[in-house]
Design a protein around this ligand. Structure first.
Ligand SMILES: *Cc1c(COP(=O)(O)O)cnc(C)c1O
Length: 339
């Protein structure tokens, strides 16, 4: 039976669900893995995940459709990206089969935590890999854990589809040839303090410029940036230190194929924001969050409006979310049915 939750008013917070999946890597191989009800991990005090940040993660969602079936959105892409993050941090890769099986089993075992169709709620899955085991020196861990847990979620930014304002940070979240393209906790640890400074000034989060020249927009906290120009271009930054967002690549495709826009990955100079009539942040958690304005030094630049969603942003949102919930036909291979 579906849990008794106020589905319409969920935010983005941890809620303990019934089951999570856990697999162990020892002696050169992953075991089968299994579901467990234990929401704690018992790991060695010397584990490299704790001291040297040897860990990475993913984020994807399960969606309840009108016919009550459950969709996963492009989970193979998350599996591939986790493999890239693992490789960058010298961790063993999780086979795609294990990744998809873990996600599917977690959703099935917790399906009462997935809100009804139309409530706006989804089930957020958090796969992660950590390096564990006895260690002191700077080495790759002797053992690894791959786990997936899930939580029911609503909007990530509390404004949801209402525009939010952002602050350009003076800090960097990643280095030019560092780990910006890997989904690793270290990037996030580095972003907590700049994020707090932005929130203290009533911004939803900060936006990072490219770490090499500080002239181009790079990332919106935990989401990618896009802008729409008056001459119908959908532009999103191109940089080796950006996290390659699956939502972003999906929007590049939909902007071109379904909305007829010119879809471009290119440079977005912070002193050339006037070309954009709309802007937004995109990601699995953020979905599409319209950007009202950006504060850069003493300048505050408003895109479409601080209170209204721009029409192209709205159409992109409707197309993406329609596909995720199974109301609009998905491009080949984008939807994996859980049941
Ligand atoms: C996960 C993440 C995103 C969004 O990626 P999606 O695949 O769209 O969920 C964007 N930026 C950062 C820094 C991220 O960690």
């Amino acid at each position: 039976m579906t849990k008794n939750i106020d589905w319409q008013n969920l935010g983005f917070s941890y809620i303990k669900t019934d089951y999570r999946f856990i697999a162990h890597w020892k002696n050169g191989e992953w075991n089968e893995g299994e579901l467990t009800q234990d929401d704690t991990l018992h790991i060695h005090e010397g584990s490299p995940a704790l001291h040297y940040g040897q860990q990475c993660f993913e984020g994807l969602k399960a969606y309840r459709c009108k016919d009550n079936s459950i969709n996963l959105f492009r989970p193979e892409e998350n599996a591939k990206r986790l493999q890239k993050s693992c490789a960058r941090l010298l961790m063993p890769q999780v086979p795609a089969e294990l990744f998809i099986r873990a996600c599917t089993e977690v959703v099935k075992a917790n399906k009462d935590w997935l809100g009804p169709y139309g409530s706006g709620a989804t089930l957020y899955l958090r796969p992660f890999v950590i390096g564990v085991g006895e260690n002191l020196g700077l080495h790759s861990a002797p053992e690894f854990i791959f786990s997936v847990f899930c939580c029911p979620v609503g909007a990530y930014f509390k404004n949801g589809m209402k525009p939010s304002n952002f602050l350009i940070s003076e800090y960097d979240r990643a280095a030019p040839a560092g780990t910006g393209a890997a989904k690793v906790g270290g990037n996030y640890a580095a972003s907590l303090y700049p994020g707090k400074l932005a929130k203290e000034r009533n911004f939803a989060d900060c936006i990072y410029l490219d770490p090499k020249t500080h002239t181009k927009i790079e990332e919106v906290g935990a989401a990618n940036f896009f802008g729409i120009t008056a001459d119908n271009k959908f532009i999103t930054p191109n940089s080796p230190s950006i996290l390659p967002s699956i939502t972003k690549y999906s929007l590049l495709y939909l902007a071109k194929e379904r909305l007829g826009l010119e879809a471009i990955e290119g440079d977005i100079y912070i002193d050339k924001l006037d070309q954009f009539i709309e802007a937004g942040a995109c990601g699995t958690a953020a979905v599409i969050s319209p950007i009202g304005g950006i504060q850069y030094g003493d300048d505050f630049h408003v895109f479409y409006s601080e209170t209204e969603v721009g029409p192209i942003t709205q159409r992109l949102y409707d197309e993406l979310v329609g596909i995720q919930f199974g109301d609009i036909e998905a491009p080949e291979g984008w939807i994996v049915k859980v049941e």
